[in-house]
Design a protein around this ligand. Structure first.
Ligand code: HEM
Length: 416
């Protein structure tokens, strides 16, 4: 059988060329795989949901009440055997994928794996991160519950607040005004066709670049190679060793996701109900709390004009601030002082400035997530701003000082 295929497709050559490539081993390299495997789970469960979901807001009868068809179809999915579990697995996989992308980004940042020659893969990765967030945002609307409409309208006002071209962007994304009957079919198309297509294309590009440039290696490999006078890359072949580890790891991850999804409910739309007047205060999932928290800290009456473009709190919190964050992340490989090709992962403890900068940024963003709860915590926005500044400054000062002392002691009193 294999021979038949081999004669036609030259499978042996393919195996020799690609599958026998070496993959270095380090537990943190599995974080990228968690993102990849969560995406696969999202696609598989998404196909199931897509077959039963109705992308329409026409009113239909559900247990005697008139509700939007999209909402009714999701309630019916929940009533199917395993239906609610699969919907929860889909949502939990999205949460885990975004958490894994962030952890993977931090791994690449703290070990300086973004340096020459991997800058392009850093930019591709940032694209993947942004598109994954957009996938989550478009998914929020689909069940068309009370929560969906509230969460999506925040995005609608942010899109509208882009100076000069806000109306054009919001019309393009939301297919007109929101809420309107046209938005659900538009988001359904974006969520199940356009965004997955972009994600798959960028993931393939990410992996092709990875194979071409080879993975960075743990620093201990350098010493091993010097003693063995060996060539670059110590590790295990992609086939069969790495493939077996990855498949086993995928089933373990799936087990964890199913366990969480079984016991922890997520987006229980039956208790939110269909869209209605007087929506209760609801917070978006944690990864959108950074923008949501930032918006809470901006005075509601802060509005002014520049060259005819209106700047509102939504523009500052939802457009300028995220654009600024993306720029900062994009500039990291360009501003890093080391320009020599780097093939071994750095020890974060030996990079006091960059490591302290990463910790400071992480604390700042975490404090913004906390700011999303100021109503619950009963903290005034001005007081919260003070806490954010103090915590961020303290994180920077303490982490930088400790790392400097650590390195000075290690180097026998000399500064690094
Ligand atoms: C859907 C999102 C993503 C997926 C599925 C993904 C997947 C992977 C995988 C499986 C690897 C090899 C194993 C590893 O190093 O962990 C990798 C490497 C890499 N990724 Fe990602 N990644 C994603 C997003 C990102 C992001 C957000 C960044 C940074 C902004 C990034 C930058 C890199 C770089 C620079 C490498 C090479 C690392 C090295 O050689 O040490 N990736 N990615």
């Amino acid at each position: 059988m294999f021979k038949w295929f081999d004669e036609r497709l030259e499978l042996k050559k393919f195996k020799e060329k690609f599958l026998s490539k070496t993959f270095p081993t380090h537990p943190t390299f599995l974080i990228g795989e968690i993102a990849l495997f969560s995406f696969i789970t999202l696609v598989v469960t998404g196909i199931f949901l897509g077959l039963l979901y109705e992308p329409s807001t026409k009113m239909v009868s559900l247990f005697g009440a008139m509700v939007p068809a999209a909402y009714a179809s999701v309630v019916r999915i929940d009533l199917l055997p395993m239906g609610m579990l699969i919907r929860r697995i889909h949502h939990w996989s999205a949460m885990i994928m975004i958490a894994a992308i962030l952890a993977h980004l931090m791994r690449v940042y703290f070990t300086s794996a973004y340096r020459n020659p991997r800058e392009i893969n850093w930019f591709v990765g940032l694209g993947l991160f942004g598109i994954s967030l957009f996938a989550a945002f478009t998914g929020y609307l689909l069940p068309y519950s009370n929560f969906s409409v509230t969460a999506t309208s925040i995005g609608y006002y942010i899109a509208k607040s882009v100076p000069w071209i806000g109306n054009w962007i919001s019309t393009l994304l939301f297919a007109g005004d929101f809420p309107s009957n046209a938005t659900v079919p538009r988001f359904f198309f974006l969520h199940v066709m356009f965004i997955p297509f972009l994600l798959v294309s960028l993931i393939v590009l990410h992996m092709v670049i990875l194979v071409k440039q080879k993975h960075t290696e743990p620093a201990v490999n350098r010493t091993k190679k010097e003693s063995q006078n060996g060539k670059r890359l110590i590790g295990i072949p992609i086939w069969p060793e790495q493939a077996i580890i990855s498949i086993a790891f995928y089933f373990f991850l799936l087990f964890v996701i199913v366990l969480i999804a079984t016991y922890i409910p997520l987006n229980p739309i039956e208790s939110y109900g269909p869209p209605a007047a007087g929506t209760p205060v609801m917070r978006p999932d944690w990864y959108f709390l950074i923008v949501y928290g930032f918006l809470k800290l901006i005075p509601g009456d802060l509005s002014f004009s520049i060259f005819g473009g209106k700047i509102t709190p939504e523009t500052i919190g939802g457009v300028i601030f995220p654009t600024f964050l993306i720029l900062v992340f994009a500039l990291i490989p360009l501003l890093d002082r080391a320009k020599q090709p780097q093939h071994y992962i750095s020890n974060p403890l030996h990079r006091p400035f960059m490591t302290a900068l990463g910790i400071t940024g992480g604390v700042f963003l975490t404090m913004l997530i906390v700011s999303g709860y100021i109503d619950v915590l009963k903290i005034a926005p001005k007081t919260m701003i003070l806490y954010v500044v103090l915590a961020t400054a303290a994180a920077g000062a303490v982490s930088y000082s400790l790392l400097r002392v650590y390195n000075r002691n290690k180097n026998g009193g000399k500064n690094v």
